[in-house]
Design a protein around this ligand. Structure first.
Ligand SMILES: [Zn+2]
Ligand SMILES: [Zn+2]
Length: 319
């Protein structure tokens, strides 16, 4: 029997990049420790703050919800979970109940915002329209831009001072590589553990940014969390190619993902100097902050013959 390097119990995981074996308890402890260290190191959450969390219902966001719920209880912070229901048949309709169930079991306030209500169309319908209109854009472009926009607006309306997302180390390194491949300096510059405050934007935090995807998955599994295991039916293209490439690299050369992240962190201050600065203003159509006349989300909607319908996403509670 292989034994845990730290306590001698039966090992459940080989952390190759560090050359150690961990049992279920030590793995759970280690992930929680990294989560707390990231928060402390980057001052992600202020005392008595109000944190909004983007929850898809998958392993990463459910794990983060459990970690944040415990953290917020200890630190007297408020936590509100938001799910964006893009309207992906056979996928999102299964993960929303899972997210709600977890939130209820933890006593976390829970809100769902849907594409259908906000834009008058589900992502499935947008994908059909995009094909019909030959926009040449893939589903991830629509989904990513519009989901980000709704998340920010919902977090702002819920009066959150931080918006947490469950990006893990793999996600972060994939984003770094993707922006390299696309030579997108301004997106590259915006990556990081926290996102600097800007008017109209709720600052983003990524407390799981230094945990490998595999370890987040194990954390959820070994903690017995109820998660949705489906894969988005639209996942394809360059994102998955970069993911596969990075996984192969990590297998053959353990620690590569951390090294890419560390290198990016060292370069980041220099990237800021060469990134053009934009004046922010209000979108002429929806009023959200943007660097152009109309925001990216409204621009994409316009191309599909759609527009933003709901000005306010969260109806105020009667008190
Ligand atoms: Zn152990
Ligand atoms: Zn707009």
């Amino acid at each position: 029997m292989l034994k845990c390097t730290f306590c001698g119990r039966r090992a459940a995981y080989h952390r190759r990049y560090a050359g150690v074996l961990l049992c279920d308890r030590c793995l759970i402890k280690s992930v929680a420790k990294r989560f707390r260290r990231a928060i402390a190191e980057h001052q992600m959450i202020s005392p008595r703050g109000r944190v909004a969390l983007a929850v898809s219902g998958g392993k990463d966001s459910i794990a983060l919800m459990h970690l944040l719920a415990e953290y917020c209880k200890q630190k007297n912070c408020e936590l509100v979970a938001i799910t964006i229901d893009e309207g992906i048949k056979g996928y999102r309709n299964r993960s929303v109940p899972m997210a709600r169930e977890n939130a209820e079991s933890l006593g976390v306030e829970y809100v769902v915002v849907s594409f259908k209500l906000a834009f008058g169309a589900t992502l499935d319908q947008m994908v059909k329209l995009a094909k019909l209109k030959k926009t040449g854009l893939n589903p991830c472009t629509y989904c990513g831009v519009m989901r980000r926009s709704l998340l920010n607006q919902a977090a702002r309306e819920l009066e959150a001072d931080k918006l947490a997302t469950a990006h893990n180390l793999d996600d972060e390194v994939q984003a770094i590589m993707l922006n390299y491949v696309r030579a997108d300096l301004s997106r590259l510059h915006r990556l990081g553990p926290t996102y600097p405050p800007q008017k109209g934007f709720v600052p983003r935090i990524k407390p799981l940014r230094e945990v490998l995807e595999k370890e987040v998955a194990l954390y959820a599994l070994l903690s017995g969390l109820k998660v949705h295991l489906g894969v988005c039916p639209y996942a394809s293209g360059i994102h998955t190619e970069i993911r596969d490439f990075l996984n192969e690299l990590e297998t053959n050369h353990p620690n590569s993902k951390f090294m890419i992240l560390r290198m990016f962190e060292r370069l980041k201050p220099h990237i800021a100097r060469v990134t053009p600065k934009f004046e922010m203003r209000r979108c002429e159509l929806c009023g959200e902050q943007t660097s152009a006349d109309i925001c990216k989300s409204c621009e994409l909607l316009k191309g599909l013959g759609l527009k933003r319908l709901q000005k306010t996403l969260i109806s105020p509670k009667c008190s």
